[in-house]
Design a protein around this ligand. Structure first.
Ligand code: SF4
Length: 115
């Protein structure tokens, strides 16, 4: 999209918020997610049946595992993590929810089904 005043593309360089002065970084340039659309990512088949799952957006950083040792496991090639065991109690569910909050890829999901 071109800037209507200068005719320059605003897809690179400084932020299009004229007054903020932020130089656009990949994070700042993230597209807005339409919450009415299905969340991206495909559920790994390794996930245990139930409401929590990890999608193929996982990059294998392992942060979730440090929050919920009982519930996450790494894949055979260690390239991603998945829900190994659905939460057995409220404490484990809280651990998974904390992992959801810190997951850098936002790829831990709760589909709302009863586990
Ligand atoms: S924190 Fe998220 S990106 Fe990192 S391994 Fe866990 S599910 Fe994957």
């Amino acid at each position: 999209m071109a800037n209507s005043l200068t005719g320059e593309s605003n897809l690179e360089g400084a932020c299009w918020h004229a007054s903020c002065g932020i130089v656009r970084t990949p994070v700042h340039a993230r597209p807005i997610i339409n919450l009415n659309s299905p969340m991206p990512g495909t559920r790994f088949t390794d996930n245990a049946p139930g409401k929590f799952y990890v999608t193929d957006d996982c990059d294998g950083c392992g942060i979730c595992f440090s929050y919920a040792l009982q519930n996450f496991m790494y894949s055979n090639d260690s390239s991603y993590y998945f829900i190994y065991q659905q939460p057995a109690d409220e404490r484990e569910e809280a651990d998974i929810r904390r992992a959801m909050e810190v997951c850098p890829q936002s790829c831990i999901r709760d589909d709302g089904e009863i586990s």
